[in-house]
Each structure stands twice: as C-alpha cells, then as structure tokens.
Design a protein around this ligand. Structure first.
Ligand code: ZN
Length: 420
C-alpha cells in the first residue's frame, strides 16, 4: 500500500532507545520538565525533524510544535510529551511524540497533505518538579486559571516556577497566549502506553480509549476522643480510626457494585495523637474515586458519604468531608473512537475499548472542544513511572502502524470537514 511506503515502525523503537541513552541513567529517564536534560531532549527532537519540510515553533507555554503545511488551514494534531518523572520509564510521553514524528515523515514523503499536520510536544505534562501536571496543554486549551497559585509554586531547592520557566524562555504571565495554537485544530490524536494491566490481561496489544475518568478527591476527618489504652474499656471508646478503617474496606464494595471500571482508593490515614498508648482522637483519611460516567461517579461519592455517617453513628464519633479536587469525566469524540477501534482491528486483528484512569494532555485538548482520541498500547505488568516500565518491541511497532492508520483516516475525515 502506497500510504505505508515510508513508515518505519522499527525506527521509532530505535529512536526511543537512543533517547533513553541520551537522557536516562541507571535509575531511568531523567527528562524532568524545565531542566537541562529536558532541554537536551527537545534539541534532540529538533534534530530528528530537521530533514522534514516542517516549521518549528515554541509557543508561549513552552510547547514545541512542528508544522507540515497542507492544502488547507484545517489542522490534524498529533501529540505527546518529552518530559518524564524522575527515574521514569523509556516510553511514557516520548513514545507518543516519536510515533507522531514517524507518521509525519510518512505523510511528508507523500507530498503536500490535504490538511495541515502538526506534531506537538506538550511542556510539563508530568508536573514532577512543581506538582502541577498538564501545564502546556492546559495553557493552550484555555483551562489554565490558576496563575496566582502557579506563581507561588517552588521546587525542592526553593526555586520558583516563574524563575524556572524564565530560564527556558517562558513568561508565566503570557503562557495562556498559546491558546492561539489550537485555533485551526480539527482533530487531536495521541498514542500512549496504557500504564495499567488491562490490555495485557486480555492478551491484546492495542486499545481505543473512550475517555478519561472523572475524579472526586476528598479529605475525610473522623473525630473521636483520645483515651488511655489501658484504662478505657472497649465499649467506652470513641475510636476515630475505626471509622476510617470501616470506610477503607467499604469503598471496595462500592467500587465493585458500581462496576464499569470504577475505582476507589483510600490513599492514606493520619492519626492523632498517633501513639501506641492512646485511642485515636482524629483520623484524617484521603479518598480518591474515579469513573468514566459522571452519574455513577456522583453515586459512588454519595454512597461513601452515606456509609461514613453510618460508621460514625456506630462508633460514636463525628465525620466531616472536604473536597480536595475534582474533575468531570472527559469523553473522547465518538467518531474518532470508532476510527481508532477500526484502525486497531485492521492492524492487530482485535481491539478493545477502555477508559483511561490517568489524566493525559488529550483530556485538556478534548475539554477545549477539539475532537480527540487516544490509542493505548499494552504495558508489561502494568508498570509505569519507573525504570521497569516496558512494552514489547513488536507491540510498539504495531502501535506505530495502527496509529499511522488512524492518522490517515483522521486526515481524510478532517479534509472532508469532519462530518459527524
Ligand atoms: Zn504520559
């Protein structure tokens, strides 16, 4: 088939190994955003694109764009992120970028495309240094509204976020001007490792992503009464930890009853006074609940709240809830999900549709109203954000092929005016 003449999926794997050697060490990938190593990876990427008829732009938020002009101003975007967590894996983020570059090479080799094709490497997806994820994509998507908080952020060495950004040519006050980059975007595609065990468990290399989970994060405070561990009879205690413990187990049943991928996590409990000779007076519990369906997510939260009040009454203690953070589920474009599913079936023989637990840059782009889809490739043992992160080379190559197929179909769709 002519459209696949220039595609070399094995080149992507070789380039990822090359990047790993250049920007990693014995502990894993070290491309933390706003560092010299991250900058080196961007220079390396620039070199990879050098032979192509593309124009490079770094926008106001530090996102790196490579644009192949087409016959129309309508744009097909392919994206990923070069930054990693400290001691990260060799695939998270950069697989997306390098597969996109390979697809761009194939498209460029065929002459002027019907629509403009752009590859974007988003700045600071991971938020590893300052704790704020999706920096570049949220700025471009128009959902960055926390500049005042961002201004106050510092890293472990007390360097402020604005200062670190300035070292890399980014002015925080102007970051949202990157919004202009998405003015002509008609579709956004992102390939990513799954970072979970679902596809491996089904023995499938690839899956089409339905969207990203909505998240409800709460701090739950249980208030009881500190009392001597020796002199207080068991039936006279107001044990704050008992409420937290009951809820930590109850959320398993709530997730199981809700189903469809529901997950609930009690990520920590801090007890006071926290000494071996006292009943726990206060227990501060962290709860994270996720679902792709907004109504089911709301119901899970209501169930957990109801259960907590029941447990408080049983234990003679008080309970209060405080929302830490929440985000609604983000559903990807139906037409593009179908297209992604079909591209996977054609390439790998079988496909599966699944939600994404982690958030991704694609969620920000989708939130801004641009038709978006992600493709997942199997992760071995479901591991990510560690040097143990891995995917079989043959699955990576299959992923590049399927992603190229998706890009070809999406390009035709965008050229036809993205009919619903
Ligand atoms: Zn990632």
């Amino acid at each position: 088939m002519l459209s696949h003449v220039a595609l070399q999926p094995d080149r992507t794997v070789a380039e990822l190994r090359e990047l790993q050697a250049l920007t990693g060490d014995d502990d894993g990938a070290q491309r933390v955003a706003w560092t010299d190593t991250w900058e080196r990876s961007r220079e390396w990427l620039r070199g990879k694109a050098a032979g192509l008829p593309v124009e490079e732009t770094i926008d106001e938020a530090g996102n790196q764009w490579f644009t192949l002009p087409g016959e129309s101003d309508r744009e097909l975007l392919l994206g990923g992120h070069m930054d990693s967590v400290p001691n990260g894996g060799w695939l998270d983020g950069c697989l997306n970028v390098m597969a996109a570059v390979e697809v761009l090479r194939r498209i460029a080799a065929e002459g002027t495309p019907p629509v403009t094709v752009r590859v974007v490497s988003w700045a600071d997806e991971e938020g590893a240094r300052f704790g704020r994820s999706l920096f570049g994509s949220s700025a471009a998507a128009g959902s960055m509204r926390d500049q005042d908080e961002l201004r106050e952020l510092t890293d472990r060495d007390a360097i402020s976020l604005p200062d670190a950004l300035a070292e890399h040519g980014v002015d925080l006050d102007r970051a949202t001007e990157s919004r202009a980059q998405l003015a002509n975007a008609s579709a956004y595609l992102e390939l990513h490792i799954e970072q979970g065990p679902v596809l491996e468990g089904m023995d499938l290399p690839l899956g089409a992503v339905l969207g990203t989970f909505g998240v409800e994060r709460h701090r739950i405070t249980w208030a009881g009464q500190a009392a001597h561990a020796g002199s207080t009879p068991m039936d006279r205690r107001k044990d704050a930890l008992a409420g937290a413990a009951k809820l930590a187990l109850e959320i398993r049943d709530i997730a199981k009853r809700t189903g469809d991928g529901a997950v609930c996590t009690s990520g920590g409990v801090v007890c006071r006074p926290g000494i071996v000779t006292s009943v726990v007076e206060t227990a501060e519990q962290l709860l994270d609940q996720r679902h792709l369906d907004a109504a089911k997510l709301a119901a899970m939260l209501a169930e957990a709240k109801g259960a907590s009040e029941r447990f408080a009454a049983e234990e003679g203690i008080e309970v209060s809830w405080e929302r830490i953070w929440s985000i609604e589920p983000i559903l990807f474009d139906r037409k593009l999900v179908d297209m992604c599913d079909a591209a996977i079936e054609d390439t790998a023989g079988a496909s599966h549709r699944l939600p994404s637990g982690p958030l991704h840059d694609a969620a920000e782009v989708s939130r801004s109203g641009i038709p978006t889809v992600m493709m997942f490739v199997q992760s071995l043992r479901g591991l990510s954000h560690t040097k143990l992160e891995d995917t079989k080379p043959e699955h990576l190559e299959l992923a590049v092929e399927a992603f190229d197929r998706l890009a070809a179909d999406a390009m035709t769709w965008v050229a036809q005016g993205s009919p619903a």
